[in-house]
Design a protein around this ligand. Sequence first.
Ligand SMILES: [Cu+2]
Length: 129
Amino acid sequence: MGLQGFRCSSIIMFYLCLTTSFIFLYAKGEVYFVGDDRYGWDDFFDFSNWTHGKEFHVGDVLVFKYESSLHNVLQVDSTAYENCIKDSYAQRFTSGNDSVVLEEGRAWFICGVGDHCENGQRLQIAATP
Ligand SMILES: [Cu+2]
């Protein structure tokens, strides 16, 4: 009877663990290296082409990899994105290896160095729940 009870509880534990790991799998966001490994966050790269065909969700992580002496990352609004306005931003990242967790809706990022934004170093994405 003791053995029977043990077996029963281990089956319950098994399903409990299975369920828990599924929850973790779904809760964990995807990690995207902006511009992929080869290019990273760089100017003269088509980031709208990079986002094409990708589906971003809340909790996904964008990783901006770049040479920190050459670039930075500014999280801006749509106006600053469209016009490459570099002095008004919500957040500024400079480490060269910056992670941003996506929230629902649209997000805009530009490089604040020189004319990099004008040269295509800007990213616009939309995250759905
Ligand atoms: Cu740059």
